[in-house]
Design a protein around this ligand. Structure first.
Ligand SMILES: *[C@@H]1O[C@H](CO)[C@@H](O)[C@H](O)[C@H]1NC(C)=O
Ligand SMILES: *[C@@H]1O[C@H](CO)[C@@H](O)[C@H](O)[C@H]1NC(C)=O
Length: 325
């Protein structure tokens, strides 16, 4: 008994991170976006995939049910060489009676990409009206993927980007279209291929926190990145939300700064594609996808091996820390 207790203590001490929250039902996800419906509190989880996979649940932990595709007929956007049903990286928010979903069509590993937007009053599959591209100009500096919406002092912005010159932000003139200001850079890792993507900006007290995914994403079939170079979640913060992001050591996030908050541990391999939900009951929740270590050890199952993870976030030190549930 004592030995068992000691083992438990040791394993609790040796894991670098607390356990993720539980999940029942359909726990698959990829680049999740999570939101609660205003009318009934139902949780929605949207994922990269054909027509945007939609899951619903009465609670964060489930039981999650796959209810179908947000956009069963695909997007109206035409991107050369890309199937318009193959929609990536949804980002959903609620504003003035409508839900807005930003999404991406992209050719993997190229800058041939567009960000679009659709609206719905219920978020039910098939209820989305597609408005097409938001109009971010093409530029060699960035890739137009991984959109994320925020409002700062009444001005709406989209954060986006990956690789090339890192993460960017652009002001919106309306939720459906960008304004005339050119996008500006928020963060860059100058090493290797500038492997940062999936920005998610979140306000808490006097700071704006820029969560992003660093390292190598992948469908993890046969080959894996060198240990430590796989996906992980970092954060920077700023008081303005439009620039001046630094990490916990005060290093500029335009100069490779960034504070690690979640990396591979236990059954969780390569967490990323994250977002933060300010849950009306539980407070700030970090949600993400990870690759199941069991799937990895069995030789890899491609994107089917992605699972949904979540943890509460503690901001009491001024920097977010992943907590046990
Ligand atoms: C999808 O296309 C079919 C055939 O044109 C149409 O009947 C249906 O209403 C469309 N669904 C949506 C959600 O747009
Ligand atoms: C920047 O990228 C390098 C190479 O991938 C990585 O080792 C380093 O941890 C990254 N920096 C941050 C702050 O994530």
């Amino acid at each position: 008994m004592l030995a068992i207790f000691l083992c438990f203590l040791l394993s609790a001490v040796t894991s670098a991170y607390p356990a993720r929250g539980p999940c029942t039902g359909d726990c698959w996800t990829h680049d999740p976006s999570m939101i609660r419906r205003e009318s009934d509190g139902t949780y929605f989880r949207f994922s990269t995939g054909t027509g945007v996979n939609t899951m619903m649940s009465p609670s964060l932990q489930g039981p999650w049910v796959d209810v179908g595709r947000a956009m069963p007929n695909g997007s109206i956007i035409h991107v050369d060489g890309v199937d318009s049903n193959d929609i990536w990286a949804p980002d959903v928010h609620y504003q003035d009676g409508l839900y807005y979903m930003y999404y991406v069509l992209s050719k993997l590993g190229t800058q041939t990409s567009e960000i679009g937007v659709a609206t719905s009053s219920t978020m039910e599959p098939g209820s989305w009206t597609d408005h097409g591209i938001v109009g971010i100009p093409a530029n060699n500096a960035y890739n137009r993927i991984d959109p994320n919406w925020i409002t700062i002092n009444g001005q709406q912005y989209l954060q986006f980007g990956s690789y090339w010159q890192g993460l960017y932000q652009v002001a919106l003139q309306s939720p459906l279209h960008v304004g005339s200001d050119a996008p500006h850079q928020l963060a860059l890792n100058s090493s290797l291929n500038h492997r940062i993507e999936a920005p998610f900006l979140y306000q808490h007290d006097e700071y704006y926190y820029l969560f992003y995914s660093g390292g190598i994403a992948g469908s993890y079939t046969a080959t894996y990145p060198v240990q430590g170079e796989e996906y992980r979640i970092d954060v920077c913060r700023s008081t303005s939300g439009t620039g001046g992001f630094v990490d916990q050591t005060d290093k500029s996030c335009l100069e490779s700064g960034g504070t690690l908050i979640l990396a591979s541990h236990d059954q969780v391999y390569a967490p990323g594609g994250q977002g933060v939900l300010n849950d009306r009951d539980l407070g700030p929740i970090l949600y993400y996808h990870y690759y199941s270590l069991a799937a990895k050890q069995s030789g890899g199952t491609g994107i089917d091996g992605y699972l949904y993870g979540w943890n509460e976030l503690d901001f009491s030190t001024g920097w977010p820390v992943v907590k046990a549930v």
